[in-house]
Write a protein that binds this ligand. Sequence first.
Ligand code: ZN
Length: 53
Amino acid sequence: MVKYAEAEARLFKNIFVCRKCKCKIRAPNMKVLAGKVKCRKCNTSELRIKRKK
Ligand SMILES: [Zn+2]
């Protein structure tokens, strides 16, 4: 359903999770993909897109 997809995009699109300390980081998708966003705790740029399980 379109509405559900929109809600999901809003919730998950710009949220990333640090691979090391697992903290959530909200940042623009393009910036993360370009490697310009770093975790504010451990300073790594190893981020993954947040997914529900
Ligand atoms: Zn981190």
